[in-house]
Design a protein around this ligand. Structure first.
Ligand code: S3P
Length: 181
């Protein structure tokens, strides 16, 4: 049987949660946002966890959230941008999920972050520092991805349709396996 979870990864502001919401509506799958799970478990926001408990605590809560999400079927899972750094997270997600990497560049990150703060790892960072962080992440996204989706400058609905089409093609092929990614 094919895999039943659609998993979205990529840097902060790539649109994982927005595209995930659209995909959930299109497919009837449940949307799971791992940052939301973490916030629910901790009883505070991601920014508060980073500030009060540190990134290590956040990553531990994130691992637990990913494990729970990965274990359930028929979901769209929108990951936090750092979740795929942990190879254990990737392995768990891949057991029943196809991983889509929403790829954006640092100019796009800068444009989108101006309107919507709340990412502790980008706070106080200038454009060059943001670009370096994105570049240091790239290898993890590429290693984790089954499919790379060019997301810069594109509408969320367009991205959701492309992913839905790809996911359905895998289902009808009876595969759910890595192809060309
Ligand atoms: C992080 C991305 C954030 C959130 C946390 C750390 C990261 O999620 O998990 O601030 O390390 O890239 P989004 O990618 O949804 O912004």
């Amino acid at each position: 049987m094919g895999k039943t979870n659609i998993v979205l990864t990529g840097f902060m502001y790539a649109g994982k949660t927005t595209v995930g919401g659209l995909l959930a509506a299109m497919t009837g799958k449940r949307l799971i946002d791992t940052d939301t799970l973490v916030e629910r478990d901790a009883g505070k926001s991601v920014s508060e966890i980073f500030a009060e408990d540190g990134e290590g605590r956040f990553r531990k809560l994130e691992r637990e959230a990913v494990a729970r999400a990965a274990a359930a079927p028929d979901q769209v899972i929108a990951l936090g941008g750092g979740a795929v750094i942990d190879p254990g997270n990737v392995d768990r997600l891949k057991a029943n999920g196809v991983l889509y990497y929403l790829k954006i560049d640092s100019d796009e990150v800068a444009r989108r972050s101006a309107n919507s703060p709340g990412r502790p790892l980008l706070e106080g960072k200038d454009a060059a520092q943001t670009r370096r962080l994105l570049e240091s992440r790239e290898e993890y996204y590429l290693r984790a991805a089954d499919v790379i989706v060019e997301a810069a400058g594109r509408e969320p609905a367009d991205l959701a349709e492309e992913i839905d089409r790809d996911f359905n093609r895998r289902k009808t092929d009876g595969q759910g396996e890595v192809r060309g990614g």
